[in-house]
Design a protein around this ligand. Structure first.
Ligand SMILES: Cc1ncc(C[n+]2csc(CCOP(=O)(O)OP(=O)(O)O)c2C)c(N)n1
Ligand SMILES: CC(=O)[C@@H](O)[C@H](O)COP(=O)(O)O
Ligand SMILES: [Mg+2]
Length: 582
Protein backbone atom coordinates (compact mmCIF):
# COMPACT_ATOMS: atom_id res chain seq x y z
CA UNK A 1 0.00 0.00 0.00
CA UNK A 2 1.31 3.42 -0.97
CA UNK A 3 1.10 5.28 2.31
CA UNK A 4 3.05 8.35 1.36
CA UNK A 5 2.53 8.48 -2.40
CA UNK A 6 -1.25 8.36 -1.92
CA UNK A 7 -1.07 11.85 -0.47
CA UNK A 8 1.36 13.38 -2.88
CA UNK A 9 0.12 14.88 -6.10
CA UNK A 10 2.57 17.71 -6.54
CA UNK A 11 6.09 18.70 -5.48
CA UNK A 12 4.55 21.19 -3.05
CA UNK A 13 3.17 18.25 -1.04
CA UNK A 14 6.41 16.35 -1.47
CA UNK A 15 8.35 19.24 0.06
CA UNK A 16 6.23 18.98 3.21
CA UNK A 17 7.58 15.50 3.97
CA UNK A 18 10.39 14.89 6.42
CA UNK A 19 13.62 14.00 4.69
CA UNK A 20 13.55 10.72 6.66
CA UNK A 21 10.41 9.73 4.75
CA UNK A 22 11.99 10.07 1.33
CA UNK A 23 13.47 6.53 1.07
CA UNK A 24 10.02 5.11 1.80
CA UNK A 25 8.52 7.38 -0.85
CA UNK A 26 11.17 6.19 -3.29
CA UNK A 27 10.12 2.59 -2.71
CA UNK A 28 6.47 3.46 -3.27
CA UNK A 29 7.18 5.47 -6.40
CA UNK A 30 9.27 2.65 -7.82
CA UNK A 31 6.48 0.15 -7.13
CA UNK A 32 3.96 2.47 -8.72
CA UNK A 33 6.01 2.77 -11.91
CA UNK A 34 6.59 -0.99 -12.06
CA UNK A 35 2.92 -1.82 -11.55
CA UNK A 36 1.71 0.44 -14.31
CA UNK A 37 4.44 -0.11 -16.89
CA UNK A 38 4.04 -3.88 -16.38
CA UNK A 39 0.63 -3.76 -18.02
CA UNK A 40 0.59 -0.53 -20.01
CA UNK A 41 4.13 -0.90 -21.41
CA UNK A 42 6.69 1.84 -21.93
CA UNK A 43 10.21 2.83 -20.99
CA UNK A 44 11.07 1.20 -17.69
CA UNK A 45 14.76 0.96 -16.81
CA UNK A 46 15.64 4.63 -17.14
CA UNK A 47 12.81 5.80 -14.87
CA UNK A 48 13.58 3.17 -12.22
CA UNK A 49 17.18 4.39 -12.21
CA UNK A 50 16.32 8.00 -11.35
CA UNK A 51 13.62 7.53 -8.70
CA UNK A 52 15.78 8.91 -5.85
CA UNK A 53 17.18 11.67 -8.06
CA UNK A 54 13.69 12.73 -9.16
CA UNK A 55 12.44 12.95 -5.59
CA UNK A 56 15.57 14.79 -4.43
CA UNK A 57 15.33 17.34 -7.24
CA UNK A 58 11.70 18.20 -6.59
CA UNK A 59 12.39 18.17 -2.84
CA UNK A 60 15.32 20.55 -2.96
CA UNK A 61 14.36 22.85 -5.80
CA UNK A 62 11.32 25.05 -5.98
CA UNK A 63 9.73 23.55 -9.10
CA UNK A 64 8.01 24.72 -11.24
CA UNK A 65 9.54 28.14 -10.55
CA UNK A 66 12.97 26.53 -10.74
CA UNK A 67 13.19 24.92 -14.15
CA UNK A 68 13.89 21.21 -14.41
CA UNK A 69 14.75 19.89 -17.88
CA UNK A 70 14.93 16.19 -18.67
CA UNK A 71 17.05 14.96 -21.55
CA UNK A 72 15.27 12.51 -23.90
CA UNK A 73 12.52 12.32 -21.27
CA UNK A 74 12.14 8.53 -21.26
CA UNK A 75 13.32 8.62 -17.63
CA UNK A 76 10.70 11.16 -16.51
CA UNK A 77 7.92 8.80 -15.36
CA UNK A 78 8.65 9.51 -11.69
CA UNK A 79 8.62 13.22 -12.48
CA UNK A 80 5.24 12.89 -14.18
CA UNK A 81 3.77 10.97 -11.27
CA UNK A 82 4.99 13.52 -8.73
CA UNK A 83 3.81 16.44 -10.83
CA UNK A 84 0.03 16.13 -10.90
CA UNK A 85 -0.21 13.11 -13.23
CA UNK A 86 -0.35 10.18 -10.82
CA UNK A 87 -4.04 9.64 -11.51
CA UNK A 88 -3.62 9.57 -15.29
CA UNK A 89 -0.33 7.76 -15.43
CA UNK A 90 -2.19 4.61 -16.44
CA UNK A 91 -2.94 6.34 -19.77
CA UNK A 92 0.76 6.81 -20.48
CA UNK A 93 1.54 6.56 -24.23
CA UNK A 94 -2.01 5.53 -25.09
CA UNK A 95 -4.32 7.23 -27.53
CA UNK A 96 -5.62 10.43 -25.88
CA UNK A 97 -3.57 9.65 -22.77
CA UNK A 98 -0.52 11.44 -21.47
CA UNK A 99 2.67 11.42 -23.49
CA UNK A 100 5.58 9.13 -22.60
CA UNK A 101 7.83 12.18 -22.72
CA UNK A 102 7.75 15.61 -21.05
CA UNK A 103 5.58 17.91 -23.10
CA UNK A 104 5.11 21.60 -22.45
CA UNK A 105 1.41 21.77 -23.16
CA UNK A 106 0.70 18.74 -20.96
CA UNK A 107 1.85 20.21 -17.67
CA UNK A 108 3.65 23.30 -16.32
CA UNK A 109 6.33 21.15 -14.69
CA UNK A 110 7.35 19.94 -18.17
CA UNK A 111 9.57 22.85 -19.03
CA UNK A 112 10.81 21.55 -22.37
CA UNK A 113 9.41 19.04 -24.86
CA UNK A 114 11.68 16.10 -25.53
CA UNK A 115 11.98 12.64 -27.08
CA UNK A 116 15.15 13.17 -29.08
CA UNK A 117 18.29 13.30 -26.96
CA UNK A 118 20.97 15.76 -25.96
CA UNK A 119 18.92 18.97 -26.03
CA UNK A 120 18.76 19.61 -22.29
CA UNK A 121 21.98 21.58 -21.83
CA UNK A 122 21.22 24.05 -24.63
CA UNK A 123 17.61 24.41 -23.49
CA UNK A 124 18.60 24.94 -19.84
CA UNK A 125 21.25 27.45 -20.85
CA UNK A 126 18.71 29.31 -22.98
CA UNK A 127 16.34 29.46 -20.03
CA UNK A 128 19.11 30.57 -17.67
CA UNK A 129 20.17 33.40 -19.98
CA UNK A 130 16.52 34.44 -20.32
CA UNK A 131 16.09 34.45 -16.53
CA UNK A 132 19.13 36.66 -16.16
CA UNK A 133 17.98 39.10 -18.82
CA UNK A 134 14.55 39.26 -17.19
CA UNK A 135 16.11 39.79 -13.76
CA UNK A 136 14.58 36.59 -12.39
CA UNK A 137 16.30 34.59 -9.69
CA UNK A 138 15.83 30.92 -10.58
CA UNK A 139 17.65 27.64 -10.76
CA UNK A 140 17.95 25.77 -14.07
CA UNK A 141 18.67 22.08 -13.85
CA UNK A 142 19.31 19.74 -16.78
CA UNK A 143 19.33 15.97 -16.21
CA UNK A 144 21.28 14.21 -18.94
CA UNK A 145 22.45 10.60 -19.31
CA UNK A 146 25.95 9.39 -20.02
CA UNK A 147 25.03 8.35 -23.57
CA UNK A 148 23.22 11.57 -24.36
CA UNK A 149 25.99 13.83 -23.08
CA UNK A 150 28.37 12.25 -25.60
CA UNK A 151 26.39 13.70 -28.48
CA UNK A 152 27.75 16.67 -30.41
CA UNK A 153 24.80 18.82 -29.47
CA UNK A 154 25.41 18.35 -25.75
CA UNK A 155 29.05 19.30 -26.24
CA UNK A 156 27.99 22.45 -28.08
CA UNK A 157 25.91 23.37 -25.04
CA UNK A 158 28.75 22.64 -22.59
CA UNK A 159 31.16 24.65 -24.71
CA UNK A 160 28.89 27.68 -24.58
CA UNK A 161 27.77 27.34 -20.97
CA UNK A 162 31.37 27.14 -19.76
CA UNK A 163 32.07 30.73 -20.78
CA UNK A 164 28.90 32.14 -19.24
CA UNK A 165 27.98 32.90 -15.66
CA UNK A 166 24.60 31.27 -16.25
CA UNK A 167 23.02 29.74 -13.21
CA UNK A 168 22.80 26.23 -14.59
CA UNK A 169 23.24 22.84 -12.95
CA UNK A 170 23.82 19.84 -15.15
CA UNK A 171 23.19 16.50 -13.53
CA UNK A 172 25.10 13.81 -15.37
CA UNK A 173 23.14 10.64 -14.70
CA UNK A 174 25.84 8.07 -15.35
CA UNK A 175 24.64 4.48 -15.53
CA UNK A 176 27.17 3.49 -18.21
CA UNK A 177 24.46 2.53 -20.66
CA UNK A 178 22.20 4.10 -23.23
CA UNK A 179 19.72 1.69 -24.76
CA UNK A 180 22.77 -0.45 -25.42
CA UNK A 181 26.05 -0.14 -23.50
CA UNK A 182 27.55 3.33 -23.91
CA UNK A 183 30.51 3.65 -26.25
CA UNK A 184 33.45 5.88 -27.00
CA UNK A 185 36.29 7.69 -25.34
CA UNK A 186 34.00 9.70 -23.06
CA UNK A 187 32.57 6.45 -21.71
CA UNK A 188 36.12 5.29 -20.96
CA UNK A 189 36.89 8.61 -19.32
CA UNK A 190 33.79 8.43 -17.10
CA UNK A 191 34.68 4.88 -16.12
CA UNK A 192 38.11 6.12 -15.04
CA UNK A 193 36.58 9.00 -13.08
CA UNK A 194 34.42 6.51 -11.22
CA UNK A 195 37.53 4.48 -10.40
CA UNK A 196 39.05 7.71 -9.04
CA UNK A 197 41.97 7.70 -11.47
CA UNK A 198 41.39 10.89 -13.44
CA UNK A 199 40.17 13.49 -11.00
CA UNK A 200 43.00 15.92 -11.74
CA UNK A 201 42.20 16.08 -15.44
CA UNK A 202 38.52 16.62 -15.03
CA UNK A 203 37.07 17.35 -18.45
CA UNK A 204 34.17 19.35 -17.02
CA UNK A 205 36.42 21.48 -14.86
CA UNK A 206 38.52 22.14 -17.95
CA UNK A 207 35.34 23.51 -19.53
CA UNK A 208 34.87 25.88 -16.53
CA UNK A 209 32.17 23.88 -14.76
CA UNK A 210 32.12 23.56 -11.01
CA UNK A 211 32.28 19.74 -10.92
CA UNK A 212 31.20 17.59 -8.01
CA UNK A 213 30.81 13.87 -7.62
CA UNK A 214 30.68 11.14 -8.47
CA UNK A 215 28.03 10.46 -5.84
CA UNK A 216 25.64 7.57 -5.25
CA UNK A 217 22.43 8.44 -7.08
CA UNK A 218 20.43 5.94 -5.03
CA UNK A 219 21.32 7.50 -1.68
CA UNK A 220 18.61 10.07 -1.28
CA UNK A 221 20.20 11.81 1.69
CA UNK A 222 23.50 12.23 -0.13
CA UNK A 223 21.62 13.64 -3.10
CA UNK A 224 19.61 16.09 -1.02
CA UNK A 225 22.70 17.32 0.84
CA UNK A 226 24.68 17.84 -2.36
CA UNK A 227 21.82 19.53 -4.21
CA UNK A 228 21.28 21.88 -1.26
CA UNK A 229 24.96 22.80 -1.40
CA UNK A 230 24.92 23.34 -5.17
CA UNK A 231 21.84 25.54 -4.88
CA UNK A 232 24.01 28.13 -3.18
CA UNK A 233 26.73 28.15 -5.82
CA UNK A 234 26.39 30.48 -8.79
CA UNK A 235 27.44 29.81 -12.39
CA UNK A 236 27.70 26.56 -14.40
CA UNK A 237 27.90 23.43 -12.26
CA UNK A 238 27.97 19.73 -13.08
CA UNK A 239 27.02 17.03 -10.61
CA UNK A 240 28.12 13.53 -11.56
CA UNK A 241 25.64 10.98 -10.23
CA UNK A 242 26.09 7.23 -10.45
CA UNK A 243 22.93 5.19 -10.85
CA UNK A 244 21.89 1.73 -11.98
CA UNK A 245 19.47 1.47 -14.88
CA UNK A 246 16.51 -0.70 -13.86
CA UNK A 247 17.23 -0.19 -10.13
CA UNK A 248 14.88 -2.11 -7.88
CA UNK A 249 13.67 -4.74 -10.31
CA UNK A 250 16.11 -7.64 -10.46
CA UNK A 251 15.52 -8.58 -14.08
CA UNK A 252 15.69 -4.96 -15.18
CA UNK A 253 19.04 -4.53 -13.45
CA UNK A 254 20.38 -7.75 -14.95
CA UNK A 255 19.14 -7.30 -18.52
CA UNK A 256 19.24 -3.56 -18.94
CA UNK A 257 18.95 -3.67 -22.72
CA UNK A 258 15.77 -5.74 -22.72
CA UNK A 259 14.21 -3.79 -19.85
CA UNK A 260 14.85 -0.39 -21.44
CA UNK A 261 11.33 -0.85 -22.85
CA UNK A 262 10.38 -4.43 -22.05
CA UNK A 263 6.76 -4.67 -23.13
CA UNK A 264 4.40 -6.37 -20.70
CA UNK A 265 5.88 -8.14 -17.68
CA UNK A 266 4.80 -9.65 -14.39
CA UNK A 267 5.00 -6.82 -11.86
CA UNK A 268 5.71 -9.19 -8.99
CA UNK A 269 8.32 -11.48 -10.50
CA UNK A 270 9.62 -9.10 -13.17
CA UNK A 271 9.41 -11.88 -15.75
CA UNK A 272 8.49 -10.86 -19.27
CA UNK A 273 5.06 -11.86 -20.52
CA UNK A 274 6.02 -13.38 -23.80
CA UNK A 275 3.78 -12.84 -26.77
CA UNK A 276 2.73 -15.64 -29.08
CA UNK A 277 5.71 -15.84 -31.48
CA UNK A 278 4.90 -14.28 -34.84
CA UNK A 279 5.38 -16.23 -38.04
CA UNK A 280 6.65 -12.98 -39.51
CA UNK A 281 10.02 -11.29 -39.00
CA UNK A 282 10.58 -7.68 -37.99
CA UNK A 283 11.90 -5.46 -40.75
CA UNK A 284 14.83 -4.54 -38.52
CA UNK A 285 15.82 -8.21 -38.40
CA UNK A 286 15.40 -8.65 -42.14
CA UNK A 287 17.83 -5.74 -42.43
CA UNK A 288 20.22 -7.08 -39.78
CA UNK A 289 20.44 -10.64 -41.07
CA UNK A 290 20.56 -9.61 -44.72
CA UNK A 291 23.44 -7.24 -44.01
CA UNK A 292 25.46 -10.07 -42.49
CA UNK A 293 24.68 -12.26 -45.49
CA UNK A 294 25.81 -9.56 -47.90
CA UNK A 295 28.86 -8.61 -45.83
CA UNK A 296 30.08 -12.21 -45.97
CA UNK A 297 30.28 -11.92 -49.76
CA UNK A 298 31.34 -8.29 -50.09
CA UNK A 299 34.23 -7.20 -47.92
CA UNK A 300 33.61 -3.52 -48.71
CA UNK A 301 30.36 -3.47 -46.78
CA UNK A 302 30.42 -1.56 -43.48
CA UNK A 303 27.61 -1.13 -40.94
CA UNK A 304 27.06 2.06 -38.94
CA UNK A 305 24.51 2.87 -36.24
CA UNK A 306 24.28 5.90 -33.98
CA UNK A 307 23.47 4.21 -30.66
CA UNK A 308 20.79 1.81 -31.89
CA UNK A 309 22.53 -1.57 -32.41
CA UNK A 310 19.63 -3.48 -30.88
CA UNK A 311 16.80 -1.37 -32.30
CA UNK A 312 18.25 -1.48 -35.81
CA UNK A 313 19.56 -5.06 -35.48
CA UNK A 314 23.00 -3.95 -36.61
CA UNK A 315 24.05 -5.95 -33.55
CA UNK A 316 24.14 -9.07 -35.74
CA UNK A 317 26.84 -7.60 -37.96
CA UNK A 318 28.64 -6.17 -34.93
CA UNK A 319 28.98 -9.64 -33.50
CA UNK A 320 30.03 -11.36 -36.76
CA UNK A 321 32.26 -8.57 -38.13
CA UNK A 322 33.28 -6.41 -35.15
CA UNK A 323 35.87 -4.55 -37.25
CA UNK A 324 33.36 -3.61 -39.92
CA UNK A 325 30.35 -2.53 -37.88
CA UNK A 326 30.33 0.60 -35.72
CA UNK A 327 28.10 1.89 -32.97
CA UNK A 328 29.19 5.53 -32.82
CA UNK A 329 26.93 6.57 -29.94
CA UNK A 330 24.21 9.20 -30.18
CA UNK A 331 25.94 10.97 -33.03
CA UNK A 332 23.76 11.01 -36.11
CA UNK A 333 25.70 13.81 -37.77
CA UNK A 334 28.97 12.00 -37.26
CA UNK A 335 27.45 8.71 -38.44
CA UNK A 336 26.49 10.25 -41.79
CA UNK A 337 29.79 12.02 -42.42
CA UNK A 338 31.74 8.98 -41.24
CA UNK A 339 29.85 7.00 -43.88
CA UNK A 340 30.65 9.70 -46.44
CA UNK A 341 34.34 9.50 -45.62
CA UNK A 342 34.30 5.72 -45.99
CA UNK A 343 32.50 5.97 -49.31
CA UNK A 344 35.24 8.25 -50.71
CA UNK A 345 37.59 5.33 -50.15
CA UNK A 346 35.52 2.73 -51.94
CA UNK A 347 33.80 1.21 -48.92
CA UNK A 348 30.05 0.62 -49.04
CA UNK A 349 28.64 1.99 -45.79
CA UNK A 350 25.17 0.92 -44.75
CA UNK A 351 24.27 3.73 -42.38
CA UNK A 352 21.21 2.68 -40.40
CA UNK A 353 19.39 5.53 -38.69
CA UNK A 354 15.81 5.75 -37.49
CA UNK A 355 13.92 8.02 -39.86
CA UNK A 356 13.15 10.52 -37.09
CA UNK A 357 16.77 10.71 -35.91
CA UNK A 358 18.12 11.35 -39.42
CA UNK A 359 16.49 14.76 -39.04
CA UNK A 360 19.51 15.55 -36.86
CA UNK A 361 21.90 15.00 -39.76
CA UNK A 362 20.12 16.78 -42.58
CA UNK A 363 23.01 18.98 -43.65
CA UNK A 364 25.37 16.03 -43.57
CA UNK A 365 23.08 14.15 -45.98
CA UNK A 366 23.05 17.14 -48.33
CA UNK A 367 26.54 18.59 -47.99
CA UNK A 368 28.67 15.57 -47.20
CA UNK A 369 26.88 12.85 -49.15
CA UNK A 370 24.49 13.95 -51.91
CA UNK A 371 26.43 16.96 -53.17
CA UNK A 372 29.49 14.75 -53.58
CA UNK A 373 27.51 11.87 -55.09
CA UNK A 374 28.91 9.48 -52.50
CA UNK A 375 27.17 6.09 -52.64
CA UNK A 376 26.21 5.82 -48.98
CA UNK A 377 23.34 3.41 -48.32
CA UNK A 378 20.97 4.97 -45.79
CA UNK A 379 18.69 2.43 -44.15
CA UNK A 380 15.96 4.42 -42.45
CA UNK A 381 14.18 2.23 -39.94
CA UNK A 382 10.97 3.29 -38.09
CA UNK A 383 9.68 5.19 -41.13
CA UNK A 384 6.01 6.16 -41.02
CA UNK A 385 3.84 6.08 -37.91
CA UNK A 386 5.73 4.40 -35.04
CA UNK A 387 2.96 4.23 -32.46
CA UNK A 388 3.27 4.91 -28.75
CA UNK A 389 6.44 7.05 -28.85
CA UNK A 390 4.30 9.63 -30.60
CA UNK A 391 4.95 12.96 -32.24
CA UNK A 392 8.66 13.13 -31.45
CA UNK A 393 9.34 9.78 -33.08
CA UNK A 394 7.03 9.28 -36.07
CA UNK A 395 9.15 8.87 -39.18
CA UNK A 396 6.77 10.81 -41.37
CA UNK A 397 8.91 13.66 -42.65
CA UNK A 398 11.63 11.74 -44.47
CA UNK A 399 9.97 11.50 -47.87
CA UNK A 400 9.45 15.26 -47.92
CA UNK A 401 12.82 16.25 -46.54
CA UNK A 402 14.74 13.84 -48.75
CA UNK A 403 12.85 14.30 -52.01
CA UNK A 404 14.20 17.80 -52.54
CA UNK A 405 17.83 16.66 -52.36
CA UNK A 406 19.48 16.20 -55.77
CA UNK A 407 21.39 12.97 -56.52
CA UNK A 408 19.59 10.98 -53.82
CA UNK A 409 17.72 7.80 -54.75
CA UNK A 410 14.72 7.13 -52.48
CA UNK A 411 13.22 3.66 -52.24
CA UNK A 412 10.53 2.22 -49.99
CA UNK A 413 10.18 -1.59 -50.02
CA UNK A 414 6.67 -3.01 -50.05
CA UNK A 415 7.72 -6.11 -48.13
CA UNK A 416 10.62 -8.03 -46.60
CA UNK A 417 11.87 -9.50 -49.88
CA UNK A 418 12.05 -6.08 -51.49
CA UNK A 419 14.05 -4.78 -48.54
CA UNK A 420 16.54 -7.60 -49.05
CA UNK A 421 16.71 -7.10 -52.78
CA UNK A 422 17.28 -3.35 -52.60
CA UNK A 423 20.07 -3.93 -50.07
CA UNK A 424 21.57 -6.43 -52.49
CA UNK A 425 21.15 -3.98 -55.38
CA UNK A 426 22.72 -1.13 -53.42
CA UNK A 427 25.92 -3.04 -52.68
CA UNK A 428 26.40 -4.05 -56.32
CA UNK A 429 27.78 -0.58 -56.92
CA UNK A 430 25.42 2.38 -57.15
CA UNK A 431 26.94 5.61 -58.33
CA UNK A 432 24.66 7.68 -56.08
CA UNK A 433 23.49 7.58 -52.45
CA UNK A 434 20.26 5.77 -51.70
CA UNK A 435 17.77 6.10 -48.84
CA UNK A 436 15.78 2.94 -48.11
CA UNK A 437 12.93 3.59 -45.69
CA UNK A 438 10.94 0.88 -43.93
CA UNK A 439 8.66 0.78 -40.90
CA UNK A 440 8.75 -0.38 -37.30
CA UNK A 441 7.36 -3.85 -36.71
CA UNK A 442 6.78 -6.98 -38.68
CA UNK A 443 7.13 -7.77 -42.35
CA UNK A 444 4.52 -9.58 -44.39
CA UNK A 445 6.35 -12.49 -45.98
CA UNK A 446 7.05 -15.56 -43.87
CA UNK A 447 9.60 -17.01 -46.25
CA UNK A 448 11.55 -13.80 -46.76
CA UNK A 449 14.98 -15.37 -47.09
CA UNK A 450 14.83 -15.85 -50.83
CA UNK A 451 17.70 -15.70 -53.36
CA UNK A 452 18.65 -12.12 -54.19
CA UNK A 453 17.46 -10.43 -57.35
CA UNK A 454 18.50 -7.03 -58.64
CA UNK A 455 15.93 -4.24 -58.55
CA UNK A 456 15.78 -1.86 -61.53
CA UNK A 457 16.40 1.67 -60.30
CA UNK A 458 13.44 3.99 -60.89
CA UNK A 459 10.98 1.27 -61.89
CA UNK A 460 7.48 0.96 -60.48
CA UNK A 461 5.09 -1.96 -60.94
CA UNK A 462 1.39 -2.58 -61.41
CA UNK A 463 -0.01 -4.80 -58.65
CA UNK A 464 -3.70 -4.93 -59.65
CA UNK A 465 -5.55 -4.22 -62.85
CA UNK A 466 -8.88 -2.45 -62.76
CA UNK A 467 -10.85 0.31 -64.41
CA UNK A 468 -11.90 3.76 -63.32
CA UNK A 469 -9.24 4.77 -60.83
CA UNK A 470 -5.51 4.27 -60.33
CA UNK A 471 -4.12 4.08 -56.81
CA UNK A 472 -0.39 4.74 -56.51
CA UNK A 473 1.36 3.80 -53.28
CA UNK A 474 4.87 3.83 -51.88
CA UNK A 475 6.29 1.31 -49.44
CA UNK A 476 4.52 -0.98 -47.01
CA UNK A 477 1.33 1.09 -46.95
CA UNK A 478 0.68 -0.80 -50.21
CA UNK A 479 -0.53 -3.66 -48.03
CA UNK A 480 -3.35 -1.50 -46.64
CA UNK A 481 -4.20 -0.44 -50.18
CA UNK A 482 -4.29 -4.06 -51.36
CA UNK A 483 -6.81 -4.87 -48.62
CA UNK A 484 -8.79 -1.73 -49.26
CA UNK A 485 -9.34 -2.33 -52.96
CA UNK A 486 -9.70 -6.08 -53.12
CA UNK A 487 -13.40 -5.74 -53.98
CA UNK A 488 -13.06 -2.53 -56.01
CA UNK A 489 -12.54 -2.28 -59.74
CA UNK A 490 -9.49 -0.05 -59.51
CA UNK A 491 -5.84 -0.40 -60.45
CA UNK A 492 -2.99 -0.39 -57.97
CA UNK A 493 0.60 0.60 -58.70
CA UNK A 494 3.56 0.32 -56.34
CA UNK A 495 5.84 3.17 -57.37
CA UNK A 496 8.74 1.74 -55.26
CA UNK A 497 11.02 4.72 -55.98
CA UNK A 498 10.00 8.19 -54.93
CA UNK A 499 13.11 9.33 -56.73
CA UNK A 500 13.75 8.80 -59.57
CA UNK A 501 10.03 8.31 -60.02
CA UNK A 502 8.97 6.03 -62.88
CA UNK A 503 7.87 8.70 -65.35
CA UNK A 504 7.22 6.19 -68.12
CA UNK A 505 4.73 4.43 -65.87
CA UNK A 506 3.22 7.74 -64.77
CA UNK A 507 2.56 8.72 -68.41
CA UNK A 508 0.72 5.43 -68.94
CA UNK A 509 -1.32 5.98 -65.78
CA UNK A 510 -2.23 9.57 -66.55
CA UNK A 511 -3.35 8.60 -70.06
CA UNK A 512 -5.47 5.69 -68.84
CA UNK A 513 -7.19 6.97 -65.68
CA UNK A 514 -9.00 10.24 -65.02
CA UNK A 515 -8.76 9.96 -61.24
CA UNK A 516 -5.50 9.11 -59.50
CA UNK A 517 -5.00 8.50 -55.79
CA UNK A 518 -1.61 8.56 -54.11
CA UNK A 519 -1.13 6.85 -50.75
CA UNK A 520 1.91 7.22 -48.50
CA UNK A 521 2.71 7.02 -44.79
CA UNK A 522 4.57 10.31 -44.90
CA UNK A 523 3.45 13.93 -44.88
CA UNK A 524 1.03 14.95 -47.62
CA UNK A 525 3.13 18.04 -48.07
CA UNK A 526 6.21 17.08 -49.99
CA UNK A 527 6.07 13.34 -50.63
CA UNK A 528 4.67 11.02 -53.31
CA UNK A 529 1.52 13.06 -53.83
CA UNK A 530 3.55 16.22 -54.34
CA UNK A 531 5.83 14.42 -56.79
CA UNK A 532 2.83 13.22 -58.81
CA UNK A 533 1.27 16.71 -58.77
CA UNK A 534 4.52 18.21 -60.02
CA UNK A 535 4.70 15.56 -62.74
CA UNK A 536 1.16 16.41 -63.84
CA UNK A 537 1.89 20.12 -63.87
CA UNK A 538 5.13 19.66 -65.82
CA UNK A 539 3.34 17.54 -68.44
CA UNK A 540 0.08 19.55 -68.58
CA UNK A 541 -2.10 16.70 -67.36
CA UNK A 542 -5.42 17.79 -65.91
CA UNK A 543 -6.41 14.51 -64.24
CA UNK A 544 -7.93 14.61 -60.77
CA UNK A 545 -5.26 13.82 -58.16
CA UNK A 546 -6.16 12.95 -54.57
CA UNK A 547 -3.41 12.66 -51.97
CA UNK A 548 -3.70 10.41 -48.92
CA UNK A 549 -1.01 10.70 -46.29
CA UNK A 550 -0.14 12.34 -43.00
CA UNK A 551 -1.93 15.69 -42.63
CA UNK A 552 -0.14 18.92 -41.80
CA UNK A 553 -0.08 18.51 -38.05
CA UNK A 554 1.91 16.58 -35.47
CA UNK A 555 0.39 13.19 -34.75
CA UNK A 556 0.35 12.18 -31.09
CA UNK A 557 0.82 8.74 -29.60
CA UNK A 558 -1.33 5.65 -29.82
CA UNK A 559 -1.26 2.24 -31.43
CA UNK A 560 -0.19 2.24 -35.08
CA UNK A 561 -3.64 0.90 -36.04
CA UNK A 562 -5.39 3.70 -34.14
CA UNK A 563 -3.18 6.37 -35.65
CA UNK A 564 -3.67 4.96 -39.14
CA UNK A 565 -7.40 5.20 -38.55
CA UNK A 566 -6.98 8.76 -37.31
CA UNK A 567 -5.02 9.75 -40.41
CA UNK A 568 -7.27 7.84 -42.80
CA UNK A 569 -4.56 5.39 -43.81
CA UNK A 570 -6.06 2.14 -42.52
CA UNK A 571 -7.63 -0.17 -45.12
CA UNK A 572 -11.20 0.70 -44.20
CA UNK A 573 -10.66 4.45 -44.47
CA UNK A 574 -8.77 4.08 -47.75
CA UNK A 575 -11.60 1.95 -49.11
CA UNK A 576 -14.23 4.51 -48.08
CA UNK A 577 -12.29 7.39 -49.56
CA UNK A 578 -11.79 5.65 -52.89
CA UNK A 579 -15.37 4.35 -53.01
CA UNK A 580 -16.64 7.92 -52.70
CA UNK A 581 -14.91 8.71 -55.99
CA UNK A 582 -16.20 5.70 -57.92
C1 LIG B 1 18.83 12.07 -31.27
C2 LIG B 1 18.44 10.75 -30.67
N1 LIG B 1 19.09 9.64 -31.06
C3 LIG B 1 18.75 8.45 -30.54
C4 LIG B 1 17.76 8.35 -29.62
C5 LIG B 1 17.33 7.00 -29.08
N2 LIG B 1 17.60 6.90 -27.67
C6 LIG B 1 16.66 7.09 -26.75
S1 LIG B 1 17.19 6.88 -25.19
C7 LIG B 1 18.73 6.54 -25.75
C8 LIG B 1 19.82 6.24 -24.77
C9 LIG B 1 19.97 7.33 -23.76
O1 LIG B 1 20.96 6.94 -22.88
P1 LIG B 1 21.35 7.86 -21.67
O2 LIG B 1 21.43 9.26 -22.08
O3 LIG B 1 22.56 7.29 -21.05
O4 LIG B 1 20.09 7.73 -20.71
P2 LIG B 1 19.60 6.45 -19.89
O5 LIG B 1 18.68 5.70 -20.77
O6 LIG B 1 20.77 5.65 -19.50
O7 LIG B 1 18.89 7.03 -18.73
C10 LIG B 1 18.81 6.56 -27.13
C11 LIG B 1 20.01 6.26 -27.92
C12 LIG B 1 17.09 9.53 -29.25
N3 LIG B 1 16.08 9.52 -28.40
N4 LIG B 1 17.46 10.70 -29.78
C1 LIG C 1 13.34 6.97 -26.06
C2 LIG C 1 13.75 6.52 -27.39
O1 LIG C 1 14.01 7.33 -28.25
C3 LIG C 1 13.86 5.10 -27.70
O2 LIG C 1 13.86 4.31 -26.56
C4 LIG C 1 12.76 4.71 -28.64
O3 LIG C 1 11.55 4.67 -27.92
C5 LIG C 1 13.06 3.39 -29.24
O4 LIG C 1 12.11 3.08 -30.19
P1 LIG C 1 11.88 1.56 -30.67
O5 LIG C 1 11.10 0.90 -29.57
O6 LIG C 1 11.09 1.71 -31.92
O7 LIG C 1 13.23 0.96 -30.86
MG1 LIG D 1 22.80 6.07 -19.48
Amino acid sequence: MSKLLNHINSPKELRQLNQDDLPQLAQELRDFIINIVATKEGHLGASLGVVELTIALHYVFNTPKDLLIWDVGHQAYGHKILTERKDVFNTNRQLNGISGFPKRDENMYDTFGVGHSSTSISAALGMAIASKLKGENKQHIAVIGDASIASGMAFEGLNHAGVTDANILIILNDNAIGIDPSVGALKQYLTNVKKGTQKQDNIFEALNFNYSGPIDGHNINTLVTELERLKTIKGPKLLHVITKKGKGLKQAEEDQVKYHAPGKFNATTGDLILKEPSKFTKYQDVFGHTLVELAKENKHIIGITPAMPTGSSLKYMMSVFPDRAFDVGIAEQHAVTLAAGMATQGLIPFCNIYSTFLQRAYDQVIHDVALQKLPVVFCLDRAGIVGEDGATHHGVFDLAYLRCIPNLIIFAPRNDVELRNIMHTAQLGLKLPIAIRYPRGYGVIVDWKQPFTKIGIGKGVQLKKGKNIAVLSLGTIANNVTNAIKDLDVSHYDMKFLKPIDEHLLHQIFKRYQTIFTVEDGTIKGGLGSEVLEFASKNNYTNTIKILGIPDKFIDHGKVRELQEYTGLDSKSIKNTITNEL
